[in-house]
Design a protein around this ligand. Sequence first.
Ligand code: PGA
Length: 266
Amino acid sequence: MKDAPRVDVAGCGWQYSRMDARTTWLVANWKMNGSAAAVRDWAVAVNAALVPLHPRLAVTFCPPAIYLEDARSVLPESPALQLGAQNCHHEVKGAFTGEISAAMLVDKGCHMVIVGHSECRNRGDCDNIVINKAKAAIDAGVMPLICVGESLADYEQQRTFAALDAQLVGIGGLDSSRFAIAYEPVWAIGTGRTPTVAQISAAHSHIKSVLGTGVNVLYGGSVNAGNIHEILALPDVSGALIGGASLEIQSMCALMQRAARAIEGK
Ligand code: PGA
């Protein structure tokens, strides 16, 4: 692994060579969970398990920002496992107590940052702020993974596409090679409920019809080792954003194995 070349893909920071357009990404979002020791143990074990799996399978680990350095300290120089962050501020610097800029994330080795997660939107991140965060990330050289998704009410009233369109308006102005989208129905996050594969497929192709076919769209919301295969087997799905099922080493490794099998069949 030490000799694997690092390439700068689309100006989004130094990335491991697996990260080409055909790569399938598993993004582990730990939210506000874990400890320094748990982060180190997970990074070592998941990196080791990932290396022999499919060359087009990549994992991005998003621990709480305070533990990024703990993860980095145990990873080899050219890890299969990349680091990401759960959020950033939209300003470059200044009097924003408690906030972290995109450039700081790059400084700590992140290649990706999640923006617009529904849990952040619930705390006040409107579409405008989400776009500005994505712009700040792109300017700093870290790839924003922009989360979009309909509420339960929109889903029940069959307004999924309209809800997505409202969130996608500003994103359409960004360079589509510099960001990725996570389609996360709000009602599927942490609930154990998921849309049908036909609904996931329809939402992903709708997003691509708005933003361009070249955009990578990941699915998120109650992904686990039992459903990852059928989700990743869909042609318009470039990967998955995984919360709860990513926390335990065993469950993450099971998920990666199923993901590798799904890629083989693609
Ligand atoms: P979940 O979370 O996998 O626990 O549903 C996904 C997310 O919120 O990113």
